[in-house]
Design a protein. Structure first.
Length: 554
């Protein structure tokens, strides 16, 4: 009796995250006249699985492996790939984005150095068919050489694969492309559950942005009553935008829809103070970005968040903002105490040997995700998140911030103040100068009056009790430079002993220089140190110091 040629048996190996893609490839092989099958451990116990795996792979004519990032963590997928290689079965390895060919060595070490097919191929269906025909032919030729040893087995002649119509090929390519996009969208939210060592390239990376925004949106759209976001960085130049993008995305999706569950949103932000000594010492761009975000545009940013929240029926709390005056040892983004993007700060050389650049968001970010269970596989995520939360708690305490920058050069002290005024554009609201004669302050006063016409400028000079008043001298010199006395200027005198020069800029900065080192005995003497200090809002007793300074002129 003559045997009928049988259909080629195609064993498809995949992780459950690639189920949709596996189904499309399964349908494709059926359309070609093949008999696809798989061996899922979900349906049977471990011992039965091993036996069924050996039987299925022996009976297969071709093994198709879907190599995804999740494949790496599946002991069953690894076993199936290893068994196929051990039994010398013809196979086709398909690399599933967002994995790349260069990742295969980590995903499936037994396949390293072999040939792979990529789903990036614009006509993947034709490529897969050509590879399938070639592998089946190779397998049949290898069997024919040993046929005399297997005479009792059934006829191994295989039916040729049927060709698809052009329309079918286009449809199948489109379906496979959609399945790949769905996998990419899922992976964009997170790395595989146990992948605690891989990292996103940087906060600038489109994939990292997609992951962070996607996870925030997923939390905001979840039925849980609360979403909490904690961002720690230097200037938060990327982070504020990520929050805005996520809220606007949810707002567009939820517009016109009724939210059944009340959702509250809390946001905690930790950033460096714009007057941090180390930022100024390095002359980094972050100082300008910090001032732009938190002194000029902060109310605008918050209004944008509030508007997006209203549209999405989300109730936002007032953001908690903590300034620190040191480089944060840990930076990152924490979502709902369960997803952490953990980053770091570093210095990189910039041209000259003594020039360095601060790198934060531009560096890699490790990804951690809690799985909701307190098992051993979750230890890394729990420890990383607990450590990050500990740092955030420390950042929030004023006592951990010095907030004082001592300067031993009065010219440098004045330069820092001038730099702040020049970079503040129209953000300064009120500046108070306190001095014996205001002689050293006059250039700053005149610059402020010229460039900050909406700001209130107050100048207090010591009442010497002589006929030549310091108040008149200040007014005369200002009028000489500006032709008239501006309406936003006040010049007055105070009676206390002139022991200190001081500048108070809004509620942001206090600059102090005691006169203690400027007596006749110390002037011009080598080694005499002018005592200068800049005090930022990070200082634990900033408000008390401000009241004490103003008490001088009462």
């Amino acid at each position: 009796m003559q045997h009928q040629p049988r259909k080629p048996r195609i064993f498809i190996v995949y992780q459950k995250a690639e189920r949709q893609l596996a189904d499309r490839i399964w349908e494709l092989y059926e359309a070609w006249g093949c008999q696809p099958f798989h061996c899922r451990h979900d349906d049977i116990d471990k011992n039965e699985y091993r036996e069924k795996l050996r039987t299925n792979i022996r009976a297969s004519d071709l093994v198709v492996l879907l190599l995804s990032r999740e494949f790496r963590w599946s002991e069953y997928c690894q076993a199936e790939a290893g068994t196929a290689i051990a039994l010398a079965k013809p196979f086709i390895a398909i690399v599933v984005p967002p994995a790349f060919k260069k990742d295969v060595g980590a995903i499936a070490p037994v396949l390293e150095g072999l040939e792979y097919v990529s789903l990036d191929d614009h006509d993947f269906v034709s490529t897969l068919r050509d590879k399938t025909v070639a592998r089946l032919r190779e397998g049949r030729e290898a069997f024919t050489e040993m046929r005399t040893l297997f005479e009792t087995l059934e006829n191994q002649e295989l039916t040729p694969l049927r060709e698809c119509s052009l329309r079918t090929k286009r449809t199948k390519n489109a379906e496979i492309g959609a399945a790949v996009e769905a996998i990419g969208a899922a992976y964009a939210l997170s790395h595989p559950p146990r992948d605690h060592v891989a990292s996103w390239g940087s906060l600038e990376s489109p994939h990292c942005v997609e992951s962070i925004v996607g996870n925030i949106r997923q939390s905001l759209e979840s039925p849980s009553p609360k979403t909490s976001l904690t961002f720690v960085g230097v200037s938060l130049k990327f982070s504020l935008r990520l929050i805005s993008d996520a809220l606007q995305g949810v707002s567009r999706e939820r517009k016109g829809q009724r939210r059944l569950n009340k959702k509250t949103l809390t946001i905690t932000l930790v950033h460096m103070d714009g007057q941090s000594h180390i930022l100024h010492a390095m002359n980094v761009q972050d100082t300008v970005i910090i001032r732009s975000n938190f002194e000029r545009d902060w109310m605008k940013i918050k209004r944008g968040w509030d508007k997006a929240c209203r549209r999405a029926a989300i109730v936002p709390s007032e953001p908690l903002v903590h300034r620190i005056d040191y480089l944060p040892p840990r930076v990152g983004i924490l979502i709902d105490e369960s997803i952490l993007f953990a980053g770091r700060c570093a210095f990189e050389r910039r041209g000259k040997a003594d020039a360095f650049e601060l790198r934060v968001g531009e560096l890699e970010y490790l990804f951690y995700k809690r799985n909701g269970k307190l098992d051993a596989s979750d230890d890394n995520a729990r420890k990383a998140i607990a450590e990050f939360q500990g740092f955030v708690k420390a950042y929030s305490h004023k006592k951990n911030n010095v907030g004082l920058t001592p300067l031993t050069d009065s010219d440098e002290w004045m330069g820092r103040l001038r730099q702040y005024i020049e970079s503040s554009e129209d953000r300064i609201r009120e500046v108070t100068f306190i001095s014996a004669t205001a002689t050293k302050f006059l250039p700053l006063i005149i610059r402020l009056l010229r460039e900050h016409k909406k700001a209130t400028i107050r100048v207090f000079v010591h009442d010497s009790g002589t006929s030549s008043s310091h108040v008149d001298n200040v007014k005369t010199r200002i009028k000489h430079n500006l032709e008239r006395l501006p309406k936003n200027l006040t010049v007055a005198s105070y009676r206390h002993a002139a022991t200190v020069r001081a500048i108070v800029i809004d509620d942001v900065l206090i600059a102090l220089q005691p006169y203690i080192n400027e007596d006749e005995s110390s002037r011009g003497r080598k080694g005499a140190l002018p005592l200068c200090v800049i005090v930022t809002k990070c200082f634990e007793h900033f408000e008390k110091l401000k009241r004490d300074v103003f008490a001088i002129v009462k």
